[in-house]
Design a protein around this ligand. Structure first.
Ligand code: DGL
Length: 282
C-alpha cells in the first residue's frame, strides 16, 4: 500500500486526486486527529508527530509514504528523509518519504523535476506568486525558498491563515469559513500593495475544501493552482521511475484510519467527498 498522511482531513484532498489518477493502486490514509491542527505547533512537535505517523504507516506495510500535509513537509520532511530514514534502518529496508511542496512549486513555476539551475524563461520570470498556508509553513520559508531556487526574480507573498485548517476540522459554518478567507485575502492584498498575484498556491491541504471561497474573494486575474493535481502529476512521474513501490500494490484498496473519532471524521469527510469510505481507528 502507498501511505498518505495528514494531521486531519486535509490530505483527503490529495488522496482524492491520487485515487482518481491511480484507481488500481492501494492506499492507506492516516489522519492524526488526536493532534490536529499542526499548523500552530512548535516545529519539534510537528517533527515528532509526523515521524510517529510515518512509523505507523511503515509498520502497516507501506513502503512509500506521501506527506499529504504542507506543514509536515515544510517542517519535517527534510530531517526525516535525510537523518531519520537512514538512522532508523527504514531506508535500508527500501522505505521512502515524499513531500508535497516541491511538486507544487514545480507546477507553480513550470520548472520540472531536477532542474536545479533556473532556465530561460523561468530565470527572467518576474511574476507574483501568493502562498496561503499555516503559520508554521509560512515561518519555515520553504515555499519562497523553493520558488526562488527555480525562479530567482519571482516575487512571493505569503499569508498565514492561523485558524482556517482548525475551523475546517471543526466543521465551522460557511459564514465563519468565508470570514476567515476574506481576512486571509485582505491580508495578502495588503502585503502585495494591491497588486493581484499571477498565481495563488493554497499551501495547506485543508484549503482546497474552501477553494470556492478563495476563488470568490481573490482577484479574477489570479489563477488558483491545484496542489492535489500537481502532486498526482509528480507521483505519477516518481512511480514511473520507481516501479518497485507499485509492485503488489494493485488491488485498488482504499483504507482510512484516524487517531481520533472515526464516526465523526467519516461524517465530515463525506461533506466534500461523498463516496469516501468509512474511517477506522488506528
Ligand atoms: N493540512 C495540513 C497542511 O497542509 C495541516 C493543517 C494543520 O494541521 O494545521 O498544512
Amino acid at each position: 500500500m502507498i501511505g498518505v498522511f495528514d494531521s486531519g482531513l486535509g490530505g483527503l484532498t490529495v488522496l482524492r486526486a491520487l485515487r482518481a489518477r491511480f484507481p488500481a493502486l492501494d492506499f492507506l490514509y492516516l489522519a492524526d486527529h488526536a493532534h490536529v491542527p499542526y499548523g500552530n505547533r512548535p516545529a519539534e512537535e510537528v517533527v515528532a508527530l509526523t515521524q510517529a505517523s510515518i512509523e505507523a504507516l511503515f509498520g502497516s506495510g507501506c513502503k512509500l509514504v506521501l506527506l499529504g500535509c504542507n506543514t509536515a513537509t515544510a517542517v519535517a520532511a527534510r530531517v526525516l528523509q535525510q537523518e531519520w530514514l537512514p538512522q532508523s534502518g527504514w531506508r535500508a529496508k527500501g522505505h521512502n518519504i515524499l513531500g508535497i511542496v516541491a511538486p507544487t512549486v514545480e507546477a507553480a513555476t513550470q520548472t520540472p523535476y531536477a532542474v536545479t539551475t533556473p532556465q530561460y524563461p523561468q530565470k527572467n520570470n518576474t511574476d507574483l506568486i501568493a502562498v496561503f498556508a499555516t503559520t508554521r509553513t509560512v515561518s519555515s520559508g520553504v515555499f519562497p525558498e523553493e520558488i526562488r531556487k527555480r525562479c530567482p526574480k519571482v516575487a512571493v507573498v505569503q499569508q498565514a491563515c492561523p485558524g482556517l485548517a482548525g475551523a475546517i476540522e471543526d466543521a465551522a459554518s460557511e459564514a465563519v469559513l468565508e470570514q476567515l478567507v476574506i481576512e486571509a485575502v485582505a491580508g495578502l492584498m495588503a502585503g502585495t500593495g494591491g497588486r493581484p498575484p499571477h498565481r495563488a498556491i493554497l499551501g495547506c491541504t485543508h484549503f482546497p475544501i474552501v477553494e470556492h471561497l478563495f476563488r470568490k474573494h481573490l482577484p479574477p486575474f489570479t489563477r488558483l493552482l491545484s496542489q492535489p493535481e500537481a502532486v498526482a502529476d509528480s507521483l505519477e512521474d516518481y512511480l514511473g521511475r520507481h516501479p518497485r513501490y507499485v509492485a503488489g500494490c494493485d488491488g485498488g484498496r482504499l483504507v482510512l484510519r484516524t487517531t481520533g473519532d472515526a464516526a465523526g471524521t467519516t461524517r465530515l469527510a463525506k461533506v466534500f467527498w461523498p463516496d469516501v469510505p468509512a474511517f477506522g481507528v488506528v
